[in-house]
Design a protein. Structure first.
Length: 140
């Protein structure tokens, strides 16, 4: 058994999550957490790790090739560091520079307005991060 992969799209107030199936074939939007800070986000994520039997985590990191790290990238790196120190499963990163833009485009194509469910953007962005990670690591 491989175990599920949890993808995380961290933000200031909302954290988008996506999960694979246990065989790591399908990436699906899972949930959007409303959080106060990193500690709150990590506490909620740890409960999901147990509940969903997560074996691996991938966090979207906004990279800007050739440029200095953005403030958001620095915040995400701090989050990753704090998360890694609390969980006993591997935590990886993948570039998520345009995942939110792609998520908004997907919602528009489905005829949904972003303002109706802002959390949907975060969940879909996490699923896009997860699909990218699966493609990079498993060729899907």
């Amino acid at each position: 058994m491989l175990g599920r992969i949890l993808a995380i799209d961290p933000g200031g107030r909302r954290v988008g999550l996506a999960l694979t199936d246990p065989m790591r074939i399908i990436a699906s939007p899972y949930e959007t957490l409303l959080v106060k800070n990193n500690a709150d986000a990590i506490e909620q994520i740890m409960a999901i790790i147990i509940k969903e039997q997560v074996a691996e985590i991938v966090v979207g990191l906004p990279l800007r090739p050739g440029l200095e790290k953005s403030e958001q990238a620095k915040r995400v790196e701090l989050f990753i560091s704090e998360l890694s120190s609390k969980v006993n499963i591997p935590v990886f990163t993948t570039d998520e520079s345009y995942s939110s833009v792609e998520a908004e485009e997907s919602l528009h194509q489905m005829g949904k307005k972003v303002g109706q469910d802002k959390g949907a953007v975060d969940r879909i962005a996490a699923a896009l991060i997860l699909k990218q990670y699966l493609k990079e690591t498993q060729g899907y």
